[in-house]
Design a protein around this ligand. Structure first.
Ligand code: NAD
Length: 428
């Protein structure tokens, strides 16, 4: 089938490459010319394992990119909206980009003959597909459902494992207003071994939010337990490893530490809170999930201050800038509030991340960036570990070059910190 992908960020570029791998002809649309040029040259616009190989294989053959909506719509049967859905200043979902993409799609659809399905893949709060996207498309195309199809197909991929997750999903959810458009979207995934859940658009939208909100809740729950354990001198990892053996709980997402970041969990939980409030419900549990998460970075700095006293003029190494390992994405990374607080306290920051130095430079230009953990640690009076990169697990001799060997681990990552290190766990 012929597919157009609107927005070629994390979700769009991975979906495009994977749909091409499944045998479809894919045309990407973005307003960012540099991303279009990269995709057409077979270069991924983001770092994601397995993506370079797929782009190299399909670019210029089954995969192309353009800024021309009309060209893309005329040359495809199905369009996926994969643009960003950030938070506004209040934390509510900002649908401005979805609205703009829907209007552009509608304008192009007006000129198209034949059936075309529009699929919302962006994470949007319940009712958005039916009450916002659909009316905009109707207005701009002059057409009505039946003349075109409309569906909602949330994406569950994890950054860092996105290609793997797309090709080996544990669920595919398709919400459609009518059977025909749902059938078309389902057929695009033929070849993947996965049950397809068919429902209506608002349920599909809700499934995505509940999925993320539940995972975020598990993390904040584990952090609260971890904070209590720390005060009691109990190793929370021992506790949660036993608790996770209960099949009703499971062993995943029970790791306490510096909290969750990334482009999805914080904004999606906040968006669900905003939607609940809009319809007159006060979501107390979800608000606590955010509050606990926002408190964890400050606990790291508090531990540091308890050990070092004033941070004025002190050189603090921050290892890990990406919001998690295997990505260069720093959106909502827990290292951001930590670095900000360190700078507010007058500390000097020596930072290192295997992939995210360049992205963090755009936020904090005045701190030191190093090309290895050893270089960042050299002369530091303390080290904060913020991201669970594999290469940090085996750090040991690198701490020798520190001025003062204090290591505060926000991710329970160090395997053998070394005997002459003062090793402090955030929640253990
Ligand atoms: P992103 O910001 O990385 O990419 C969005 C892309 O859309 C950008 O390349 C941008 O230039 C482009 N764009 C903006 N306006 C446009 C327009 N009018 N027309 C065409 N393109 C336009 O976003 P992302 O991380 O890929 O997320 C996209 C959506 O998917 C969000 O709703 C997000 O919540 C959801 N999601 C993200 C992930 C993830 O891990 N990143 C996982 C699941 C779901």
């Amino acid at each position: 089938m012929k597919i157009s992908i609107i927005g070629t960020g994390y979700v769009g570029s991975v979906s495009a490459a994977c749909f091409a791998e499944l045998g479809h002809e894919v045309i990407c649309v973005d307003i960012d010319k540099s991303k279009i040029d990269m995709i057409n040259a077979g270069i991924p616009p983001i770092y994601e394992e397995g993506l370079p190989e797929l782009l190299e294989k399909h670019a210029g053959k089954r995969l192309s990119a353009t800024s021309d909506y009309e060209l893309a719509i005329m040359n495809s049967d199905v369009s996926f909206i994969c643009v960003g859905t950030p938070s506004d200043s209040e934390g509510n979902i900002d649908l401005g980009i979805v609205r703009a993409a829907s209007a552009s799609l509608g304008d192009s659809l007006r000129k198209k003959k034949g059936y075309h399905v529009i699929v919302v893949k962006s994470t949007v709060v319940p009712e958005t597909t039916e009450k916002i996207v659909l009316p905009i498309i109707e207005k701009h195309s002059g057409k009505h459902p039946g003349e075109f199809g409309i569906a909602m197909n949330p994406e569950f991929l994890r950054e860092g494992k996105a290609v793997h997750d797309f090709m080996h999903p544990d669920k595919i959810v398709i919400g459609s207003l009518d059977k025909k458009s749902g059938d078309i979207v389902a057929s695009l995934y033929n070849g993947l071994k996965c049950e397809v859940t068919r429902t209506n658009p608002r349920t599909a939208e809700m499934i995505k939010y509940v999925n993320n909100a539940f995972l975020a809740t598990k993390i904040s729950f584990s952090n609260e337990v971890g904070n209590i354990c720390k005060l009691l001198g109990i190793d929370t990892y021992e506790v949660m490893s036993a608790v996770g053996k209960d099949f009703r709980i499971g062993p995943y997402f029970l790791n306490s530490g510096a909290g969750f970041g990334g482009s999805c969990f914080p904004k999606d939980v906040k968006a669900l809170i905003g939607k609940a409030k809009e319809i007159g419900y006060e979501p107390r549990l979800l608000k606590s999930v955010i509050a606990i998460n926002e408190g964890q970075p400050a606990r790291m700095v508090l531990l540091l201050k308890n050990k070092l006293g004033s941070l004025e003029g002190k050189n603090i190494a921050v290892l890990g800038l990406a919001f998690k390992n295997d990505t260069d994405d720093i959106r909502e990374s827990r290292s951001i509030p930590v670095i900000k607080e360190l700078l507010d306290e007058g500390a000097r920051v020596s930072a290192y991340d295997p992939m995210a130095n360049e992205n963090m430079k755009k936020l904090f230009s005045g701190i030191g960036y190093y090309s290895s953990a050893a270089d960042a640690l050299s002369g530091a009076e303390a080290c904060l570990i913020m991201t669970e990169w594999d290469e940090f697990k085996s750090l040991n001799k690198e701490f020798d070059a520190m001025e003062n060997r204090l290591v505060i681990d926000g991710r329970h990552i160090l395997v053998k910190p070394g005997k002459d290190i003062e090793y402090v766990g955030l929640c253990w």
